[in-house]
Write a protein that binds this ligand. Structure first.
Ligand SMILES: [Zn+2]
Length: 312
């Protein structure tokens, strides 16, 4: 659609890319900015003109980026753009203003931004990125062409990943774990992340047999870094969710960790659905405490002990 708009010279003056991260917004944004950076042909950027060279060098004078600064986009950040956006493009065909995390504009910033949207310069394109249009003032959304980015059906994402050379079983698991988000699936498939996921799966499968010494060591290891603890707990939620699916249904096709079906099926036999629900509640509770000022190691010890002892 954007290519057609470029071809017909009918680019809208504002686009809103909406959807959770990892659905291809960054890729589309980069391609569009690359096109608009070319001093010559915006349909097929030449790669050689001053505009293309400036873009490749990461400092195009017609590209203006705004992102949350300390949690919000402030009035000064918007004001700083007002003058420059009224000028003619310097190298490219358009001045491009990209607003990352548009929902984080303060009310004052949003009001000021709205004024720019209402009176756009002739050769200005605004591109806003946000998780959902509902998180922005309606007055802003109504002046943008909204382009929703949605997750792919896991089967379609799996096919894409296989076309890129990912082995089928791994592609299926990654597509399912990522909930159809291509960016997230590719991140998971990076060697280091995949190895970590395999390590976590192994620990989760061995919880019923785990002794106290191992529990303490595991809690120490995963409490080194809050982000890693978060990843572990996310994986634990999906794992126990799969156990619950297997304990209550015959639907193996609904299992997310589909490359670990044998371990999951064996482990599921050891629990009642009630125990699994309780385990999910415990993990979820731990995740919400993680954001607070807690002793991470004690928190993880508590959860891991509960999962090995009481839930068995
Ligand atoms: Zn060019």
């Amino acid at each position: 659609m954007l290519q057609q708009a470029l071809a017909k010279g009918r680019l809208s003056h504002a686009y809103l890319f909406s959807g959770p991260e990892g659905l291809g917004q960054e890729k589309v944004l980069q391609d569009l900015v690359e096109s608009l950076s070319c001093s010559g042909n915006i349909l097929a950027p030449c790669g050689e003109c001053p505009g293309c060279r400036a873009h490749a060098g990461g400092s195009h004078p017609d590209l203006h980026l705004i992102a949350p600064d300390g949690g919000s986009i402030k009035l000064e950040q918007i004001r700083a753009l007002q003058h420059v956006l009224s000028l003619q493009p310097y190298l490219g065909s358009y001045r491009v203003c990209v607003v990352q995390g548009a929902e984080f504009m303060t009310i004052q910033a949003a009001n000021s931004f709205l004024k720019m949207l209402e009176e756009p310069g002739e050769r200005v394109v605004f591109i806003l990125l946000c998780r959902s249009p509902e998180s922005l003032p309606k007055t802003i959304v109504s002046r943008c062409q909204v382009l929703p980015f949605r997750p792919l059906a896991p089967g379609i994402l799996q096919d894409r990943l296989e076309e890129e050379g990912v082995p089928p079983e791994r592609a299926k698991a990654a597509a399912s774990l990522a909930g159809g988000r291509p960016g997230e699936a590719r991140r998971l498939l990076e060697d280091e992340n995949w190895a970590e996921r395999e390590r976590i799966s192994k620990e989760l499968a061995s919880f019923p047999e785990m002794d106290g010494i191992r529990v303490l060591a595991l809690a120490e290891e995963w409490s080194q870094d809050r982000e890693k603890a978060d990843i572990f707990l996310d994986m634990a939620l999906l794992w126990y969710r799969d156990l619950l699916v297997l304990a209550t249904t015959e639907r193996r096709d609904l299992v997310i960790n589909c490359d670990h079906l044998p371990e999951l099926a064996a482990q599921a036999k050891r629990y009642t659905p009630g125990e699994l629900l309780r385990a999910l509640g415990i993990i979820e509770g731990c995740r919400s405490k993680l954001a607070g000022n807690v002793n991470l190691r004690l928190l993880l010890e508590d959860v891991f002990f509960t999962l090995t002892k009481e839930v068995v």
